[in-house]
Design a protein around this ligand. Sequence first.
Ligand SMILES: Cc1cc2nc3c(=O)[nH]c(=O)nc-3n(C[C@H](O)[C@H](O)[C@H](O)COP(=O)(O)OP(=O)(O)OC[C@H]3O[C@@H](n4cnc5c(N)ncnc54)[C@H](O)[C@@H]3O)c2cc1C
Length: 440
Amino acid sequence: MFSLKTLQTRKQWSNWAETAQGPFEEFFTPRKVEELQEIVGNAFKEGKRIRVIGASHSFSPIALPEEFCLSLHEMRGLASINKECGEATFWGGTYLYEIGPLLKEHGFALENMGDIQEQTIAGAVSTGTHGTGITLGSISSQVVAWEWIDGRGEYHVHRREGQDDTLANSLHVSLGLLGILVRVTLKVLPLYSLKVKTFRATIEEGIASWKKDLSQFRHLEWFWFPGTNLLQVKQMEAISPVPQKKWEKTVSTISKTVVDNQAFYVLSEICRRNPKRTQWVSEFSAKNIPNRIETGYSYELFATPRKVKFYESEIAIPIEHFLECLEELMEGLKNNPFFVHFPVECRFVKGETGFLNPNHQQNSAFLAFHMYKGMSYEPYFEWIWNVMEKYNGRPHWGKMNNLTKDKIYTLYPKWDSFQAEREKFDPNGTYLNKYFRTLM
Ligand SMILES: Cc1cc2nc3c(=O)[nH]c(=O)nc-3n(C[C@H](O)[C@H](O)[C@H](O)COP(=O)(O)OP(=O)(O)OC[C@H]3O[C@@H](n4cnc5c(N)ncnc54)[C@H](O)[C@@H]3O)c2cc1C
C-alpha cells in the first residue's frame, strides 16, 4: 500500500500490485523547485541514482528506486489557470482525483481520463496513461508545456511546437528519463458531463455494431469475459454539465463497491482456491453484468473504484487488426486454459506523436489482460505476448511486459531520437534504474 510514512521509515518501496519492490537509501519529499534542484544537483555530484515515484501504480519496475527515492507529494495542486486559452498548470505531484474538483471550480474539465484516478498527473503523463475514445489521445496528449529538472539539477521549460517538435515528442511519454516533471500545463475543456450506459451484449452483437459505435460514441469500452461470448459494453457521451444526482450517486457507489468489488473479490477468492471453478465464475460474472445508465460530471464517472488487486499487461495494436486479434484470442481462450476470470478490457485511442507512445502514429486498440493477484499469471501473459506480437503489439510501459532492447528497436522507430534527448538531459544516467539500464 502506498504510504509516505512507511516509505520514510522502512526505506523499502513497493508498487500497488507488489510486482516490483526493493530497498533504497534516502527518501525526499521536496516542497519547492529550488529544494528539488539541490537534491538532484547533490545526487549528480555524488553519482547517486534517483527515481521519482508518483502514486506507485505502475505494474512494471519503471519507478523502482535504488539509491535516492523522491516523491512530489508536497508539490501538488493547481499552479495557475489561463481561462482564455483553456490551459491549466498543475504541480507534478497532484493526484488525478484532485484535478476534477479543482478544474470544476473554474468551469473546466480534463478532455479524457482512465479508469482510476489514484495516479499523479506527472506519473500518468510519463507513461501515456489513457482512457478510451478513438477521437482522443492519452493524458500525455493533453499536455501543451512541461517544466522539469534535468539530471544535473537544471530547470527547463518547453512548450509544444507542432507535430514535428522532437523535444515535445520525447517529453510526451518520457518515463521520468528526461528529468523530474515539476509542473505540466494541460489543454482543458469547458466543464461537461457524461451519460454512461453499461449493458450486456453478445460478442456477435458487439462486433456487428463496433464500427458504428466507435464513431457514434465519444468513448466506447468493452469487457470480454474469456471462455464466454459475452461482453460488458460501456458507451459514454458528453452532455451539458450536470452533477450526479445524490440518490444516483448513492446507488452507484453501493453497486460499484458491493457488486463490482466485494462480490468480485469473493468470486476471485473462489478461483484462487480452486482454479477449476474459473470458467464457471467467468460465465456467472458475464451473465450478471448490470444494466446501468448514469449521468454526472465527467470526473465523477470516468473512474471507478478498483479494490480487488490484480496483475496486468496491456498491449496496443493498430486498430484495423482489432477484430482479427479478438477472434484469435477467443479461439485460444475458448476452454479457459489459463484459468482467467477477469475480463479482457478493450479500449480505443487515437494515434499520437509521442516517440514512446504505444499508439505512436497509429489509431490503436488497447487490450488489457488481468489476473487476480495470487494466481499464476505467467503462462497467460506469455501466451498473450506471443499472440500480440503477431499484430506488432506495443506494451503499455506502466504494465507488465516482455520488452527487451531488441524488441524496443523493432517496435519504436523513434527510439534513437528519444535516446539522443535523454542523453542531452541526463548525461550521467542519474535517472536510470536497473530496469532501464538493461533496456538502453
Ligand atoms: C488499478 C490500476 C488501474 C489503472 N488504470 C489505467 C488506465 O485506465 N489507463 C492507463 O493507461 N493506465 C492505467 N494504469 C497504469 C497507471 O496509470 C500508470 O502506470 C501510471 O504511470 C501510474 O501513475 P503513478 O502516479 O502511480 O506513477 P508511478 O507508477 O509511481 O510512476 C510511473 C513512472 O512515472 C515516473 N514519474 C512519476 N512522477 C514523475 C515526475 N514528477 N516526473 C517525471 N517522472 C515521473 C516514474 O519514475 C515512473 O517511471 C492503472 C494502474 C492500476 C494499478
